[in-house]
Design a protein around this ligand. Structure first.
Ligand SMILES: Cc1cc2nc3c(=O)[nH]c(=O)nc-3n(C[C@H](O)[C@H](O)[C@H](O)COP(=O)(O)O)c2cc1C
Length: 314
């Protein structure tokens, strides 16, 4: 299966394992890259340049293309993370969620391909103007943080109509049927997070895995409860999609109250430390219903490779 993406990064399958701060560290990126996809390392706000280099070294050891994903709003106060990502010489860096333009320019100037996840057409156009090599059209179904303005399919169609750089689709692409659909629409590949959450190479506690495998297709909800409860300063336009749980049910629609409730914040912090997922968050997208058992990243990728060869925009 060849597309612009497989040619640009010498891949066997047009699938990027999306950056996922938390579960998506060096081991998952390495496993996906070794199996012929493009594995990415998700860099969280609390990480250090040493952490970036250590996990990049794990992915680099495969000898295949890997990437590093950063959050624009974090880089505004932590330019050292961008320095470390560039120094690690990945094939691709993504900078998403916030004022990405100056960071895109720096990555490009370093000779590294750069991507931005866009949640609406305006953001996709901004990314193209900033000079990205590819735009990720990331729909509301997606796991983790981002916009929830538009579903993946309408967003993908709109972005493909109006943007000239290669486009990947993200949000709810959970297997070969979804990959075939977005390739047929004209995407150069898929940017997949949730479908890799059940891999042994992903960083997750046994309780987290159990909760993910038990989740059904309607188990997720989008919003800001967990950001407000954990006092993480995500820009408000980027909510998160996570498994619905008792904490979310309690605080949904009461964000102002939650922002002032220190006991609720402490409860969430304690639950995170105790891996209590009735309270603590587990970010996942609407494709979570496909996760049923632990499967190595290579098996998940081999499954994606069963997508019928399809027409694609070159
Ligand atoms: C647990 C989790 C953590 C994520 N962390 C990041 C991140 O650190 N940086 C980022 O750019 N995107 C992050 N994302 C978003 C993914 O890059 C991607 O947009 C999303 O997973 C695609 O949708 P899907 O989950 O339906 O496949 C995260 C997603 C999940 C599920």
């Amino acid at each position: 299966m060849r597309t612009w993406l497989t040619d640009a990064f010498a891949l066997d399958v047009p699938v990027v394992c999306a950056p996922m701060a938390g579960p998506g560290e060096g081991p998952l990126a390495a496993a996906v890259s070794a199996a012929g996809g493009l594995g990415m390392i998700g860099v969280g706000a609390a990480q250090t340049p040493d952490w970036v280099e250590r996990h990049a070294a794990t992915a680099r050891a495969t000898g295949r293309s890997f990437g590093i994903g950063l959050m624009a709003w974090v880089l505004d106060g932590r330019p050292d993370l961008l320095d470390a990502a560039i120094a690690a010489r990945p094939a691709l860096v993504s900078v998403s969620f916030g004022t990405f333009e100056p960071h895109v320019r720096r990555v490009k100037d370093a000779g590294i391909a750069v991507a931005t996840q866009a949640g609406n057409l305006d953001e996709a156009r901004r990314a193209e103007q900033a000079g990205v090599d590819l735009v990720v059209a990331r729909g509301a179904e997606a796991g983790g943080h981002g916009r929830a303005d538009i579903g993946t399919l309408p967003l993908l169609q709109t972005v493909l109509e109006h943007v000239q750089v290669p486009v990947l689709a993200a949000g709810g692409i959970a297997g070969p049927r979804g990959l075939a659909a977005v390739l047929a629409a004209g995407a150069a590949g898929a940017w997949v997070g949730t479908a890799f959450l059940g891999c042994p190479e992903a960083t997750a506690t046994p309780d987290a895995r159990r909760a993910l495998f038990a989740a059904t297709d309607t188990a997720t909800a989008y919003g800001r409860v967990f950001d407000v409860g954990s006092r993480v300063p995500w820009p408000p336009e980027f909510g998160g999609r996570a498994l619905r749980n008792a904490y979310l049910d309690t605080w949904e629609g009461r964000l102002d109250e939650l922002a002032d409730d220190e006991e609720a914040a402490e409860q969430l912090a304690r639950a995170r430390a105790a891996h209590d997922y009735d309270v603590a968050y587990l970010y996942a997208g609407q494709g979570v219903g496909v996760l049923r058992e632990e499967r190595p990243a290579a098996a998940v990728l081999a499954d994606f490779a069963r997508a019928a060869p399809a027409r694609h925009r070159s």
